[in-house]
Structure formats: structure tokens, C-alpha cells
Design a protein around this ligand. Structure first.
Ligand code: G16
Length: 473
């Protein structure tokens, strides 16, 4: 049997009316209900249900709530599209059994999906999603979706989780330091679920701001709601027209990823943001513990950890692994090159809102631009230049990419790595702290080529060499 419902790096995602339908949604919801009832931390199981601003998000979410009620699960339904980190915070603070969020995160507008957050508040781990996926596909195959309906139906209550989350940020961010610096910021939620959040925070704390893309647009202005350099061109333009803006901050479709622009509107890649904030958090927060990063994320973090005599933990790609490290108290701060971070005392899931605020606090306290803060890192631990290239795959190129990863002798002969790491995809550890990683994305039909070299040209060479091999395969 071919599984129709497949959980990738974070959740099940599909094109609306193709693999994501009311039928696949219902099967998944029933499987989540079974899982939750088997693992409930409450006598009466209760889940939060939320959604991002995609097409029919509120309709799918209402349907999920009804189906959960039919399975005997109580629901708190968000009153509007809501960021994944806000949902994660609500799950933890109200000791819920978890949450279902209708979102395809940063993927293009034709997609939607389901993220399942278990009671611990992080993205579901593979052992959790594997059970749900297999039950969901079984329901589909057997056409037995409504057999589980109970006599004791659950109930649904509508909630607005915004204020509680915003209040909690007072414990995480030094707003006094931010207020003292009297900076102006630019905000771009990319029409995503972060709409209104940073704006409201600025209004509460008297921070000057300008913002764009705050309306709901299920087409996200015609692009994917991914806060990368290309998609932030309007924020960049806004900053070019107003020199008094100190920093630009953006969030993705469900506001768990960040995008940061420095005062000149220059995009700072997430790797560098993570290096700056790893150093900033270790220097300003009095917590025991190491730093966490995924296998695809800058090794500048390792050097910073060494400076502070802290451990560094490397994980496979997926914030769930970093979330677990935070929950276990092993790390103080962790992040991923795809634009995810969180820290101790906050949620074990990535949060694009807190990422922007933390960078604002760093800029305010140090009176330095983001680019200057990066220069400081280079002075302290030396340079490394990270980059990533995504190559779209069709059936043929997918086979070539897989073949190269399983038999990389051509690449090994060329680059002569010191070590070959097979934790995820293929990672070659090279001379002088440089490295190259190839892996298939779990959220998009692409191969990702990541590299980090001592010079920008070296990084590009590594990436080009893989692309050339793939082109001629
Ligand atoms: C998801 C995961 C992240 C992961 C990213 C990229 O982000 O939550 O942990 O780093 O996908 O994964 P991949 O390289 O497999 O596509 P999001 O923001 O889409 O949920």
C-alpha cells in the first residue's frame, strides 16, 4: 500500500484538493485523536486547533474541531489565524494534550498541511508521527473513518491566545533596554499568521515601527511566505527609503521562521543571525547549558560554544530535535539554518517573533548594527561563510541525487574529506573547518546543497562542484 498521508520534516503537507483533502484531513485527525487518547495527560483529553491564513484554513480548522469532538476530545479553537509558536506556548501553559495546526508553513500558497504538537510543546517526534501516519493511512485504506465516533462528545471553546503569549515575552526579552535605545524597526509578516503580533508588541512597549503585508492574503502576494532574501524585497525597499530604521524583521506563513535585515536593508542569512544570538544569549543570560544546531547549520556556533566552555549538540534537520534538547535542559539556545530558533524558558519550538525581538534587544543594548555584531563574531572566532542552494528535482534528477548520495566516490576523490558523516544525507568534513552537506528536503521536492568555507569563494566552489556533478549525471 502506498501511503497517501506522509509526515515530512515537520507535519503532513499537500497541495489543496490533491493530497490534502477533507478525506486525508479526517483520517489524520482520527489518528491524532487515537494517539492523544492513548497518551493523554488529562482525564478528559483536550487539544488546541489553530490555522494559518491560507485558503480555507478556518474551514479546515472548524472541521478538525468537530471531528475531534466526535472522537471525544475537547477543543480550544483559535479565534483567528495563529502562529505555531503561540499555539505551542498555549499548549504548555494550559497543560493541554497538544495541538493540531492547519499550516504548510513556508510552502507556496497552493499547499496546506497539518502540524501536530504533542503535550511537551515541540514539533512531534518521528516515533509520534510514524504511529499517526500509519493509523491515518489504515483508516483511509479501510474506509473506516467514523467507526470511532463516541456517545460522549467533546466540546469546543473559542479562544484568543495572543495576550498570554505577548505577556510571557516580558519574561524573555529586555524591553527596558529596547525602550532606552529608542530605535525604529520595520516589520514584515509576509501576510502570514504573525500578522499583528510584532505590531501589537511595539504598541505595548512604545517601540517605533513601520509594517507591511499585515492583511490576510491566501496567495501571500504571489510568492511563498518564506522570509528569504528574494521574498523580502519589499521590506528591503521600505528600509532603503527610510534611513532611520535600525532593523527589519520578518516571519513566515506560521511565524515560526525568522528573516532579519540589517539597517541598510541587507539580508543577514539565518546562520549568521544564529551565531550572533548564540553569543548574545550566552553573554547576557545566566543559564547553564550548551548550544544546539542542526547538522546543516553554521559551525561558528561550535566555536562560540568553545569560547564559553559550553557543549555543542548537533542534531539531524528538524526543530523537534532542538526542542527536545531545550526540554531536557541540555541547551540554553538552539537554532537551524532554515530560520528557526528558541531558547531556554521559552517554548521547545522555533519562534520567528522572539527571534526578531532578541536581535532588536542585541542591537539596542550594544548600540551596534547587525552587521557590526557579525564582525565582532568574526573577530572573536574567525570567519566561516555558509550558503545553501536548492535544486528542484523531477523523477530522473531525484534518482541521480540519491545515487550520488549513496555512492559519492566522485565527490570524495575531488574534495578529499577528512571525514564522511552519514547522520543525515551526506556530510563531508573538509580541511580548515569547512564542510559540505547534501540532503533531500522533507518539506519540498528539492535537494539542498549546504556548504561552509573559510572564504565565500571556497563555499561557492563546493556547492558548484555538486551542482556540476548532478548536471552531468
Ligand atoms: C520545517 C522544519 C524545520 C526544518 C525545515 C526545513 O520548517 O520545522 O525544522 O529545518 O522544515 O526542512 P527540510 O530541509 O527538510 O525542507 P517549517 O518552517 O517549514 O515548519
Amino acid at each position: 500500500m502506498n501511503d497517501i498521508i506522509k509526515f515530512g520534516t515537520s507535519g503532513f503537507r499537500g497541495i489543496i484538493a490533491d493530497s490534502f483533502t477533507f478525506r486525508t484531513l479526517t483520517a489524520t485527525v482520527h489518528a491524532v485523536a487515537d494517539y492523544v487518547k492513548a497518551h493523554s495527560i488529562n482525564a478528559q483529553p483536550m487539544l488546541m486547533v489553530g490555522y494559518d491564513p491560507r485558503f480555507m484554513g478556518e474551514v479546515f480548522a472548524k472541521d478538525v474541531a468537530e471531528k475531534l469532538n466526535m472522537c471525544g476530545v475537547d477543543v480550544v479553537l483559535t479565534n483567528r489565524d495563529t502562529p505555531t509558536p503561540v499555539i505551542a506556548f498555549y499548549v504548555i501553559s494550559h497543560k493541554l494534550d497538544g495541538a493540531i495546526n492547519i499550516t504548510a508553513s513556508h510552502n507556496p500558497p497552493i499547499y496546506t498541511g497539518i502540524k501536530f504538537t504533542p503535550s511537551w510543546g515541540g514539533p512531534a517526534m518521528p516515533e509520534e508521527t510514524e504511529q499517526i501516519q500509519s493509523m491515518a493511512n489504515q483508516y483511509l485504506a479501510e474506509n473506516s473513518l467514523f467507526e470511532q465516533t463516541q456517545k460522549n462528545k467533546g466540546k469546543t471553546e473559542l479562544v484568543d491566545p495572543m495576550s498570554e503569549y505577548i505577556d510571557h515575552l516580558n519574561d524573555m526579552i529586555d524591553f527596558k533596554e529596547i525602550a532606552k535605545a529608542n530605535l525604529k524597526i520595520a516589520i514584515d509578516p509576509l501576510h502570514g499568521a504573525g500578522r499583528g503580533y510584532l505590531k501589537r508588541i511595539c504598541e505595548i512597549h512604545g517601540i517605533k515601527y513601520v509594517s507591511i503585508h499585515e492583511t490576510r492574503d491566501p496567495y501571500f502576494g504571489g510568492a511563498a511566505p518564506d522570509p528569504n532574501e528574494t521574498n523580502l524585497f519589499e521590506l528591503k525597499k521600505l528600509m532603503a527609503e527610510d534611513e532611520t530604521i535600525a532593523i527589519g524583521m520578518a516571519t513566515d506563513g506560521d511565524a515560526d521562521r525568522f528573516g532579519i535585515l540589517d539597517r541598510h536593508g541587507r539580508f543577514i542569512i539565518p546562520d549568521y543571525v544564529l551565531a550572533i544570538l548564540s553569543e548574545y544569549v550566552l553573554s547576557t543570560r545566566d543559564f547553564e547549558g550548551g548550544l544546539g544546531r542542526s547538522i546543516a547549520t553554521t559551525h561558528l556556533i561550535d566555536r562560540i560554544a568553545r569560547q564559553h566552555k559550553r557543549e555543542v549538540y548537533e542534531t539531524p534537520v528538524g526543530f523537534k530535535y532542538i526542542g527536545k534538547l531545550l526540554t531536557e535542559g541540555k541547551i540554553v539556545f538552539g537554532g537551524e539554518e532554515s530560520g528557526g530558533l528558541s531558547m531556554i524558558g521559552h517554548i521547545p519550538d522555533k519562534d520567528g517573533i522572539i527571534a526578531g525581538l532578541l536581535m532588536l534587544e542585541a542591537v539596542a543594548r550594544t548600540n551596534k548594527t547587525v552587521s557590526f555584531l557579525l564582525e565582532d563574531i568574526y573577530k572573536m572566532v574567525g570567519t566561516l561563510y555558509a550558503d545553501r542552494r536548492d535544486i528542484e528535482l523531477d523523477n530522473d534528477s531525484h534518482a541521480h541525487a540519491k545515487a550520488l548520495m549513496s555512492n559519492p566516490s566522485i565527490l570524495i576523490d575531488k574534495l578529499k574529506p577528512l571525514e564522511v558523516d552519514r547522520t543525515e544525507g551526506l556530510k563531508l568534513l573538509l580541511e580548515g573547518g569547512s564542510w559540505l552537506l547534501l540532503r533531500l528536503s522533507g518539506t519540498e521536492p528539492v535537494i539542498r546543497i549546504y556548504a561552509e568555507g573559510r572564504q565565500q569563494t571556497e563555499t561557492e566552489q563546493y556547492i558548484n562542484s555538486v551542482q556540476d556533478i548532478l548536471k552531468h549525471a
